[in-house]
Design a binder for this molecule. Structure first.
Ligand code: ADP
Ligand code: 5GP
Length: 184
């Protein structure tokens, strides 16, 4: 049975990095969210996100396109439901990478999902990673660290917690949770 795996974790905990090798597997569909935030250098519309205006975002909410949506550090993010339904029907597992408010809404609408919280080894390491990534202003980094502290209090509401200390180990743990022991 194909399944939705919902992954959360503070910004900078390494969700994108851990999922990199998993989301391109042919037996997996990675849900592309819509957002009103500006693309980062190297991000491509339709790949990491659908980058849309606030007007369009409100239109999609009105048309019931999102199974959940939330505001995060000043921008809107939402998960389109149609591609998820289609891929589940076609036998693919779905990975949804969203923050905590979205997780709570999603779980309410689709309780059968399996949920994973990616935890950084420490707040100090999280800060180092956010700075090292070099994509956010000082103000955004402080915002994201404050948000991270609140988000980490929800970790025990998830089915699994994966600590992303050593990358390879975190990837293996996630593959095991998904019942995919062999690499592709
Ligand atoms: P997120 O998607 O959760 O916001 P990213 O995947 O962008 O996080 O990772 C944030 C930064 O941390 C990136 O610069 C990434 O290269 C680095 N990183 C991710 N995982 C690890 C790890 N296990 N060890 C060291 N650095 C990591
Ligand atoms: P970023 O701006 O770093 O790409 O993402 C910020 C946060 O928004 C991350 O925690 C990410 O998981 C979350 N996010 C991405 N897409 C969605 C979505 O569709 N819905 C919700 N609720 N959160 C999302």
């Amino acid at each position: 049975m194909s399944k939705v795996y919902l992954v959360s974790g503070p910004s900078g905990s390494g969700k994108g990095t851990v999922l990199e090798s998993i989301k391109t597997r042919p037996d997996v569909f990675y849900s592309v969210s819509a957002t009103t935030r500006e693309p980062r250098v190297g991000e491509i519309d339709g790949v990491q996100y659908r980058f849309i205006t606030k007007e369009k975002f409100l239109e999609w909410i009105a048309q019931d396109e999102f199974i959940e949506h939330a505001e995060y550090v000043g921008n809107y993010y939402g998960t389109p439901i149609t591609p998820i339904r289609e891929n589940l029907a076609n036998g693919r597992d779905v990975i949804v990478e969203i923050e905590v408010q979205g997780f709570l809404q999603f779980k309410e609408k689709m309780p059968e999902i399996e949920t994973i919280f990616i935890m950084p080894p420490s707040l100090e390491e999280l800060e180092r990673r956010l700075r090292g990534r070099g994509t956010d202003s000082e103000e955004k980094i402080i915002d994201r660290l404050e948000t991270a502290k609140k988000e980490m209090t929800y970790a025990d509401k998830y089915d699994h917690i994966v600590i992303n200390d050593e990358l390879e180990k975190a990837v293996s743990e996630l593959l095991e949770i998904m019942g995919k022991n062999e690499r592709m």
